[in-house]
Ligand binder design. Structure first.
Ligand SMILES: *[C@@H]1O[C@H](CO)[C@@H](O)[C@H](O)[C@H]1NC(C)=O
Ligand SMILES: *[C@@H]1O[C@H](CO)[C@@H](O)[C@H](O)[C@H]1NC(C)=O
Length: 206
């Protein structure tokens, strides 16, 4: 039911056909902008597409380009200050998506990933739900030159590892996929790719 509603919203159909007061979303529907995220330009690609397809729960893009894992390991970093500005605007998020992004060198370690999860908890509302994914995977034989060959797969494995680790209490919802025709520069999503990523995000967390 939700995907249909969102598709209708995205195409503007529901707004023109039905008065907004009768839309009657269920009470457990997450509040607008109650979900934050951390990540890099690939996270921004998801957020751009998410907004474009009518997503409301998660924040829109907020300038996270190049903010790979090491930008988020220090809880007082410039990256976390950006996050805190979003939280000041919308309230501390009750849900945070942690996207693991890397440059080929230095990559990332599981210790760093655990630090990201801990930092996300400390910057979010108490008892926030944490989702964790890697950066999007590509079609077989394709990779992102910034993350290096096998880099995207490494981030996905690290996210799975965290999801499997009961000490972390983080949820791995699955991997994001960017198909070859959806990639614009050997790494990032083109407009179609952003929309595809946005729909995948909608499937994961509405
Ligand atoms: C957080 O969760 C714990 C354990 O479920 C609970 O005891 C605590 O009251 C919760 N804190 C808040 C602020 O909701
Ligand atoms: C996580 O657990 C799933 C299900 O048991 C398993 O298929 C997967 O290989 C595990 N991944 C890692 C990285 O631990």
């Amino acid at each position: 039911m939700f995907p249909n509603i969102f598709h209708a919203l995205a195409s503007g159909m529901l707004f023109s056909a039905v008065p907004t007061t009768t839309m009657g979303l269920p009470s457990q529907q997450a509040a607008d902008h109650s979900m934050g995220f951390i990540g890099c330009s690939m996270g921004e690609n998801v957020a751009q597409g998410y907004v474009a397809v009518g997503g409301k729960r998660m924040w829109g893009p907020y300038g996270t380009g190049a903010l790979v894992v090491q930008s988020w390991t220090n809880s007082n970093s410039a990256a976390w200050q950006k996050f805190d500005q979003q939280a000041a605007q919308y309230g501390k998020p009750d849900t945070v998506w942690v996207q693991i992004c890397i440059f080929a060198n230095p990559g990332a370690t599981y210790t760093e990933v655990k630090q990201l999860i801990a930092n996300a908890r400390s910057h979010a509302a108490p008892n926030a739900t944490i989702y964790i994914t890697g950066q999007p995977l590509y079609d077989p034989g394709q990779s992102c030159f910034l993350a290096g060959q096998g880099g995207a797969e490494l981030t996905d494995r690290l996210a799975q590892q965290a999801g499997n680790d009961s000490t972390q209490g983080a949820i791995y919802p699955g991997s994001f996929i960017l198909h070859q025709a959806e990639v614009q520069d050997g790494c990032h999503a083109n407009t179609a790719g952003q929309q595809s990523l946005g729909k995948q995000a909608m499937t994961f967390w509405g």
